[in-house]
Design a protein around this ligand. Sequence first.
Ligand code: FMN
Length: 158
Amino acid sequence: MDDQAKKTALRGITYGLYVIGTKVGDEVNAFTGNWVTQASFTPPLVVIGVKNDTVSCGGIRESGVFSVNVLEAGQKDLAFSFFKPVSRVGNKFGDVEFYTSTTGSPILTASLSWFECKVVDVVERGDHIIFVGEVVDAGVHKTGEPLTLKETGLFYGG
Ligand SMILES: Cc1cc2nc3c(=O)[nH]c(=O)nc-3n(C[C@H](O)[C@H](O)[C@H](O)COP(=O)(O)O)c2cc1C
């Protein structure tokens, strides 16, 4: 395979950018990620790819739940607040307001909308663990255009 072609072609996949939350013991944690997609209508399933050595990955494995916060276009600062590993920067929430609903995963008050999932399957094949989540609760805070990965000028893929 042509490695450069693989990278270019995979970077042709267009993405949103989300804050994915979970429980870690009695605490909450969250990271910003773009590997998120819906994968079934009935039941409503969503697939996320989570780096296998992160605190969030361990949290999702142990708790079996996660939330996906849909950010609004322009909320780059909020996205950037959750890129760094909690092991390096400590609690990432700072003054970012959140609450919890059905699963206990963090829901950002500033997000456009959110859904939360119970993990129904796990695929362990690569450096990211694939969690298949069934959507068990959702809410809308406001209408607007969702943040895209393109808007940030960053890439995660290839
Ligand atoms: C543009 C961008 C997109 C990212 N997308 C993902 C992703 O989809 N899945 C993932 O596991 N990590 C992704 N990351 C990396 C996580 O944000 C990073 O590993 C995070 O610090 C993990 O947090 P934690 O250690 O507190 O769990 C992305 C990073 C960047 C810069």
